[in-house]
Ligand binder design. Sequence first.
Ligand SMILES: Cc1cc2nc3c(=O)[nH]c(=O)nc-3n(C[C@H](O)[C@H](O)[C@H](O)COP(=O)(O)OP(=O)(O)OC[C@H]3O[C@@H](n4cnc5c(N)ncnc54)[C@H](O)[C@@H]3O)c2cc1C
Length: 561
Amino acid sequence: MNHYRMPTEDIGFVLFDVLQAPAQLAALPAFGEADEPLMRQLLNEMAKFIDGEIAPLNRTGDEVGAQWKDGAVTMPPGFRDAYQAFWQAGWPALSAAAEDGGQGLPAVIEAVLYENLSAANHGWTMAPGLLHGAYECIRHHASDELKAAYLEKVAIGEWLATMCLTEPHAGSDLGLCSTKAQPQAEGSYALSGTKIFISGGEHDLTDNIVHLVLARLPDAPPGPKGLSLFLVPKFYADGSRSAVFCERIEEKMGLHGSPTCVMRFDAARGWLVGEPGKGLNAMFVMMNAARLHVALQGVGLLGAAWQKADAYAAERKQMRAPGASQTSLISEHPAVQRLLQTQRAWIDGARVLAYQTAVELDIARHHPDAARRQRAERWCALTTPVLKAAFTHQAFHGGSDCLQVFGGHGYVREWGVEQHVRDARVAMIYEGTNEIQAIDLLVRKVLADGGAGLNALLAELEADARIAGNAPAADALHALQQTTTALAARCAQDATLAYQVADDYLRAVAVGLLAWAWTRIAASAPAEPRWQAPARAFRAWVLPELAMRLGIVASLETAHA
Ligand SMILES: Cc1cc2nc3c(=O)[nH]c(=O)nc-3n(C[C@H](O)[C@H](O)[C@H](O)COP(=O)(O)OP(=O)(O)OC[C@H]3O[C@@H](n4cnc5c(N)ncnc54)[C@H](O)[C@@H]3O)c2cc1C
């Protein structure tokens, strides 16, 4: 079985030719030094580390898995050493601010890192995956005392962090959380309750773990507005252990290298982060960062499954392809080409969208022009739920298509592709299920302004596609705007309609955004089969889904009339 190898050339093409990321970032004084040579050097270093250190641990992570014994969790062989090498080389701190111990580099570099770490070893990558969100959360909301004790350790990844939200009866509806926080005389709080499904709640990768926990003060109102955020470390500054215990880890379908923990808080001493009752606001900083990361997991996992399938198809011979005189490689059969090129079209287009979103995140924070910052915020708010839901859906379903390329050999463990499919499944569930992402997009974001914000964005993309001469993409983006306008009017009269069409609507938006991404790729792509074949596959097998989804939306509108 071959390990994943970071496709540095493809990534460089998207970053430098398609998106011209260094030129976009040059307008931001914060990133004056992040030019193409520096970015290329980082990509090469990244590839060395990921291919050499992280990818080879993927199979052991799956087979041995994280092990629980008497409250302690031992990570699979090699995981701790790889993590120590990772943080000591400065990788977790790439985009953290220099004053916090970070390197102050653009978010897009971090996006490339996490896409490829997830592709190489999703289980291992779950550990550092929440660090950046935790860093932002502490940086923006914690008191000066907490920052002094925790910010730098989390920024550089010397200590890992968790996000403790879910409880047995509170999943999508966090307003049901019942973990209690009792104020103590010296200004701390005693936290009591049980959190479940906590990724990395316990492990031996780092010497300390920083838990960010949603809990309820004694006088808090019921529902989400009664939730506050607290920080509880595994070890305090004096070396004593907090009363946070890992009761067990879950047996799961995949992702065995990541311990999914049941955590018990027994009057554990912690401190408030941000204002009382504003816990979800503080946590959303963390969750938004995490959602783009999960979208990148989707791109990476699909890329990993594709790499294996493509290599297999170039070696396996069966039957004669149409027009061939002898037994052919399966890569010459149109049915296999269709499977592979369709997923290739998703991966390339998804990469353009995910990286552009990372660039927009930095523009939203650092651009000198307020109007440009606002447009960037609009891009991030509208596209993040779409990318999270669409790319994780594709990682599982498209990954399964990659498995199909192996025939029966894909279903057995030897080639490793079945692990990608099992590992990918959870990304459709965590960080807000894909159904919740669809509601976030349509109900909270699109309908909130009658569709005006999304339509303005789509109109810009349509104009771009028309200038580039890509009529099918421009027409699709136009149809999407018409549906958005009609849907906003219908939903104003019918409170349930939006919830029924949200998933199809999100999927149509995803394909519309991909159509724009492929317009951009086409504008820079050389006339090589590498880029022409997926461009054709996109037009033939991906783009038509937009009309189909809009048809479903229209028929549901009619059914509700
Ligand atoms: C491997 C793994 C790791 C995880 N890591 C973490 C972690 O680190 N920290 C953490 O706090 N949590 C974590 N989670 C929990 C995860 O975020 C939740 O599982 C997820 O939010 C869904 O909650 P639930 O499982 O209770 O499902 P439910 O909320 O009960 O949902 C069940 C089904 O109902 C649907 N549904 C629910 N409400 C609605 C609605 N309003 N509209 C439409 N459909 C709806 C959902 O989409 C889903 O299909 C993890 C979960 C797993 C499996």
